[in-house]
Design a protein around this ligand. Structure first.
Ligand code: SF4
Length: 271
């Protein structure tokens, strides 16, 4: 069944290839979780993996606490070298919480200091709280630290039309849109047309309660990105992936590799 599924995807893509479509290497990197725990804020949070994972070990994910990794960007190994090195890719920050959560207001300034000190690293912050951004930045932020990318999560059209107008006006040097989990078709053309978006990422929802992700939604977003020469990455299928009217159940450990097999990443048409 799975082989047929990917054969269908490949055939589908063969019909849709454009001259400027090229494979783009997936972003990879390290994870820095300075605090843990969060609060559900929008539809994308419904089946939050932090809540699912914490529940499975009897922990309350709504309690926000600093972690033992709070100072990770400054930590060194026995050779007195930093543990986090630029050659290992972006540092994905706050993956079991939200960097702009209210409870973290008093901890965040210290994180900004570390981010500034490690100007050799590129930090990636993914948030559903872009509306809090201006109250959370340090005094010397200016037009944005050059080593920080902020991913604005928009899981459906409603969130896109609420968050993206705010996001586009913010002083952020590297603006990325994250459709994950993607819950429906999303028109972001007016936002891409501004030329302010550097990158778009799409993915389905994981877990057995996941809502389905339709391949056509992913392809539509990809087409929008191609139209405006914005790099696009299909990160993962999610658990229930719908293609040509059929729903496929994809195991967790295959969701990223199967998305990669579709071969639909796009690098913005750069040579
Ligand atoms: S913002 Fe992210 S971490 Fe927080 S509840 Fe929602 S999905 Fe979970």
């Amino acid at each position: 069944m799975r082989n047929v599924f990917w054969k269908n995807i490949r055939n589908n893509m063969n019909m849709q290839k454009t001259d400027n479509s090229k494979k783009q290497k997936s972003d990879s990197g390290s994870i820095w979780n300075p605090w843990h725990g969060c609060h559900k804020i929008s539809p994308g949070c419904q089946n939050c993996y932090v809540y699912r994972r914490d529940e499975s070990i009897g922990k309350d994910a709504s309690i926000v606490t600093k972690t033992g990794d709070f100072y990770l960007p400054l930590k060194k190994n026995r050779q007195k070298e930093y543990k986090l090195q630029p050659q290992n890719g972006s540092v994905f920050t706050c993956m079991t919480s939200d960097f702009f959560l209210e409870e973290a207001d008093e901890w965040r300034p210290e994180c900004w200091r570390m981010i500034r000190e490690r100007s050799d690293l590129r930090f990636a912050i993914i948030t559903k709280r872009i509306h809090r951004f201006m109250e959370c930045i340090p005094d010397d932020w200016g037009e944005g630290y050059p080593n920080v990318s902020v991913y604005c999560t928009v899981e459906n059209q409603q969130m896109a039309d609420y968050r993206l107008p705010i996001y586009l006006e913010l002083p952020i040097r590297h603006k990325h849109i994250c459709h994950e989990p993607m819950l429906g078709p999303i028109n972001i053309e007016p936002y891409l047309a501004t030329g302010k978006i550097e990158y778009v990422l799409c993915g389905g929802e994981s877990g057995e309660q996941a809502r389905p992700c339709h391949y056509q939604w992913i392809l539509d977003t990809r087409d929008q990105c191609i139209k405006y020469h914005v790099p696009f990455h299909f990160k993962q299928t999610g658990t229930f992936f719908v293609m040509n009217g059929k729903t496929y159940h994809i195991k967790r450990w295959l969701q990223q590799s199967q998305a990669a097999k579709a071969g639909i990443d796009y690098d913005g048409g750069k040579e």
